[in-house]
Each structure stands twice: as structure tokens, then as C-alpha cells.
Design a protein around this ligand. Structure first.
Ligand code: SF4
Length: 514
């Protein structure tokens, strides 16, 4: 099957019997019709539609050598730098269609992370995880499954390691191992798109030591499994989705995040990819976070485009689009948006083949991409607020527009330039409000794929400060040990590259140096 339609996806998540999903304290049985979750389901569905829409299908369909069929790119393993760039481009395009986070990329990045890490484990002599993962990958690709990646644990006391926590389940852990599988308990927090996904792929959230081995676990599990409870979080303006209107909650696509509780959940052994393999956790976290940080260069640039369009239209509605300060602010929005995108594309085209067929993003540039995204969306939103005017915070509701006693008055006093109506103004104001100030553009941009400090740690790990210092000392006429090589950038190897090099050495030694 390889590629499903959006409708086929909707049909597959309609009936759930075992998982418990809660929204605002009430259990939800059908996420496709629940007014709170439906907008998030429709945003997720857009990733399936992208494989059928004329303007995106060339980007969204890709050949899989694993099943010898075309698959949806969201379940694809990157085979080249061009593949990595296609991901960023597709994300930018889908943002134009939904104006929100469409949630499926976390599972996409989890698949690619497990592909690399199980390959590196195999090169270090542990072949079983790779064999299990490839079988799982084939199933995901054949059935075109909707995956949610689940990495962030509840974490409890942040200064304590997993095994030191007073709550032993603050990080998801293995509580029992049988010959058929493992039992896990604990909770994953802020899990994007989880109630709309068919499968959860769990990954460890941090580097771990031997004493944390029960927490070094990665597995996949159908969302509709006994013992899984999902508690969906609230977002700004979310109650507007329950009002039954058609303007105030524009664009009527949202993402959702959930707290996922695993209450003694059984995972069959064929779905367990890391079991107490603490030695690979630091590389796993590094690989996953870089993949997701690269992706932000696409989806957040796409949201930037929506905001630029809304800003420009609102300026036109009140006749100020040619004012030099307005043009200047829109140009600044364009610059900020294109810078995020350029960084994501650079991180892709400068990707690294860490093992044969394992294409990873450029770790430095992926971290730079995400760090730009922690800052630029709030600046873009600030410029949009400036141009839109105070009405962004004071506009009447669509219900006022529809009230026969006042609608004529609003039509008269909210209209600006002839050709645009009061309703046009309110529609664009609501779109701008919900996209520019919503969770996907503001909060997710800061904390998704790791908070700003996490990228700064990576800068200091990856940048070769000593080399730069020696370069400067030489130019200053001081004694310098600088050794120029063909390598241009003063970058150090990541943990993943080091592990991959060790594997190469092992292979060479094992084959007698051939
Ligand atoms: Fe995809 Fe962006 Fe949402 Fe992450 S934040 S899941 S990259 S759309």
C-alpha cells in the first residue's frame, strides 16, 4: 500500500478500544469528531494529503528500497542530502496549507534516528536491534502508519539522574523483562500529535550511565494499547474551537501535545529496539535532536510566510502598504523567515553520511537553525503586531459581526479601504492572531526539539575554540600552533561521528586492515 489517502488515515484512528484519551477532564472516544481534537487530526491528515495533492506529491512521494515501493516521505529513511532538503521544503509547503504544526515529523525523525543508531549498534557487534527495526520500518512503510515520536520524559527533579529520582517512574523505565517482551512504566511529556497517531515510538530523552540502564529503552507500541493514558494539554484560544464558529478560531488547524502515561504497558520483544543499551543514549539524543532542529527551518519558515501574507494584506486593508516603514518591516519579516529556511537547507545539503546509507543532518547547522527559530518567530510576530494595529487585541468576535442589531455598524466602522469588508478584516486579524501568537509559532519555536540552552551546549561541543584561538594568535604575531588542513570549518566531531569512526576502525581491524 505504501501511500494512504487522508481519508484512509482518518478511518484508521476513528475507533479506539484500549487507550484512554482525556481532554479537559473528559474521556474522548473518537478523536476525529471531537471538536477540541479534530483540528489537530486535520493538520496531521495534511501530511497524508500531501502525497496526493498535485503541488506537493513530487516532494511527498519517494521510493523506498526497503519495500521496493513508493512511500510517504514522512516514513522515509533519508538516502542523500537532497532527501534531507526535500524534507525541509515539504514542511514549508505543508505549513502553507494548515498554518499550524502538522505533528508527524517527530515520528519521521524517530524512525531515521533508530535507523542510524541500530546500524551503529550492529557495527559494534549487536545486530538484533537493527534486524527488529528494519522489520518494523517495513511494516510502517507498507501500511503508511501515522507515528508520534515520544522522547521527553516527565523528568521529575531536573538536577537528579533517572535512577536518583524520588519518583522511580519520572523517566520511562523497564519494570520487568520476560522472554516475550518488556513491561514499561512512566510518562512522556509534551508529546506532539500523540492522540492523532496510530503508533508511538519511544526514545530515551538524555544520555545515561550504567546505573540508569533500566531507563535506556526505546520501543514502538500501537497508541491503542492497554495501559496507555493520554492527557491532552490546553492552548491559547483553544475554547474557540468549541464555539461552533467559522472565523474566531481560524485557521481551524491546530497541533496538540499530550502527557502520555505508560501504566505497566507490555511491549512485545520484536518492538524493543534499545533495552538497557545506555552506551548509545548520548548519540541517540544527539541524532534525534539535530534532525528535528533541521526540520524547524521548513515548518517555521512556512508559518513565517503565512504571517508575512497576513501582515501585507492587513496593511492593504487600511491603505498603508506603501508606507516606507511598513515596507521596511515586511522586508525584515522576509529576511528573518528566509534566514531560518536557509539554515535548514544548509543543514541538509551539508548532511553527513555517518554510516553507509545513513544520512544525518549537519549537526552544527541544524543546531544553528533551531537557535534562529528560538528567536526569529517572536520578532516576526512583533513586526506583524506593529503593522496590524491594536485591533489585533481588541477586535470584536464573529458573533458580533453576525448580530443583526450591530452588524451594519461594525461593517461601517471596521472597514478601511474600499473593496475589503469588515468581515475580511476580522478574518485576517483572527488568522494572524492564532498563527503568530499560537503555540506552534511561539512556544514550540522556543522549546520544541530542545530549549535554547540545549543548542548553545551543542555549539560549545561542536565548535573548535582552540583552533580559532590559534588562528587569531598567528595573525596577531603571537606564537601559534595552528595547523591548516583542507577542512574549512573549525568544527569538532560530534559524538555520533566519533562512534561511527570507531565502527569503521572495528571493521578494518576485523577484516585484517582491508
Ligand atoms: Fe513538524 Fe514543525 Fe511540528 Fe516539529 S514543529 S512536528 S517539525 S511541523
Amino acid at each position: 500500500m505504501g501511500i494512504r489517502t487522508g481519508q484512509e488515515y482518518l478511518d484508521s484512528i476513528k475507533v479506539r478500544n484500549k487507550v484512554e484519551i482525556y481532554v479537559m477532564g473528559k474521556e474522548v472516544k473518537d478523536v476525529t469528531t471531537n471538536p477540541f481534537l479534530k483540528p489537530a487530526v486535520l493538520a496531521f491528515k495534511a501530511t497524508f494529503d500531501s502525497a496526493w495533492d498535485e503541488d506537493t506529491k513530487d516532494l511527498a512521494r519517494v521510493w523506498s528500497p526497503f519495500i521496493n515501493e513508493e512511500v510517504n516521505r514522512f516514513n522515509h529513511i533519508h538516502r542523500s542530502p537532497e532527501d534531507l532538503a526535500a524534507k525541509v521544503k515539504l514542511l514549508r509547503k505543508i505549513s502553507h496549507k494548515v498554518g499550524a504544526c502538522f505533528q508527524r515529523c517527530v515520528g519521521y525523525d524517530a524512525l531515521n534516528t533508530l535507523y542510524i543508531i541500530t546500524e551503529l549498534m550492529a557495527q559494534h557487534g549487536k545486530t538484533e536491534p537493527k534486524e527488529k527495526f528494519i522489520e518494523y520500518l517495513k511494516t510502517v512503510q507498507k501500511k503508511d502508519l501515522a507515528l508520534a515520536g515520544a522522547m521527553t520524559d516527565a523528568k521529575g527533579v531536573r538536577t537528579l539522574k533517572p535512577h536518583e529520582q524520588p519518583n522511580k517512574n519520572a523517566y520511562v523505565r523497564i519494570t520487568e523483562v520476560t522472554k516475550d517482551g518488556i513491561y514499561v512504566s512512566g510518562a512522556k511529556a509534551n508529546i506532539t500529535g500523540v492522540a492523532a497517531a496510530e503508533e508511538i515510538v519511544a526514545l530515551p530523552t538524555r544520555a545515561m550511565g550504567p546505573e540508569d540502564q533500566d531507563y535506556a529503552v526505546s520501543f514502538s507500541i500501537p497508541t491503542d494499547t492497554e495501559g496507555i493514558k493520554i492527557i491532552v494539554g490546553r492552548q491559547l484560544n483553544d475554547a474557540r474551537r468549541l464555539e461552533g464558529g467559522e472565523i474566531d478560531a481560524l485557521p481551524y488547524f491546530y497541533n496538540h501535545e499530550g502527557l502520555v502515561i505508560f501504566d505497566n504497558v507490555f511491549v512485545p520483544m520484536e518492538r524493543v529496539f534499545l533495552m538497557r543499551d545506555w552506551q548509545y543514549t548520548s548519540q541517540l539524543v544527539e541524532i534525534f535532536s539535530a534532525y528535528h532542529r533541521q526540520g524547524y527551518g521548513g515548518c517555521k519558515a512556512g508559518l513565517g510566510d503565512v504571517i508575512i501574507g497576513a501582515t501585507y494584506n492587513l496593511a492593504k486593508q487600511i491603505g498603508v502598504e506603501k508606507a516606507s516603514h511598513v515596507q521596511d518591516k515586511i522586508n525584515e519579516e522576509i529576511f528573518l523567515t528566509e534566514t531560518m529556511y536557509a539554515a535548514g537547507i544548509a543543514a541538509s545539503l551539508n548532511g553527513i553520511e555517518v554510516c553507509p546509507g545513513c544520512w544525518w543532518v549537519n549537526p552544527m547547522q541544524a543546531n544553528v537553525t533551531k537557535h534562529l527559530v528560538t528567536r526569529f518567530p517572536s520578532q516576526i510576530a512583533q513586526l506583524a503586531i506593529d503593522i496590524a494595529g491594536g485591533i489585533l487585541g481588541t477586535a470584536p468576535s464573529e458573533w458580533d459581526l453576525k448580530n443583526p442589531k450591530i452588524k451594519e455598524l461594525l461593517a461601517k466602522y471596521l472597514q478601511g479601504v474600499e473593496g475589503y469588508t469588515a468581515e475580511d478584516r476580522i478574518r485576517m486579524i483572527r488568522l494572524l492572531e492564532n498563527v503568530a501568537l499560537g503555540v506552534a509559532f511561539q512556544i514550540e519555536s522556543v522549546h520544541g526539539a530542545g530549549s535554547p540552552a540545549a543548542q548553545r551546549i551543542m555549539f560549545s561541543r561542536l565548535y573548535n575554540l582552540s583552533y580559532a584561538e590559534e588562528v587569531a594568535k598567528r595573525l596577531a604575531g603571537m606564537k601559534s600552533n595552528v595547523k591548516f588542513t583542507k577542512k574549512v570549518e573549525p568544527w569538532k566531531e560530534s559524538e555520533t561521528e566519533k562512534l561511527a569512526k570507531e565502527s569503521e576502525k572495528n571493521t578494518v581491524t576485523a577484516s585484517g586492515g582491508k
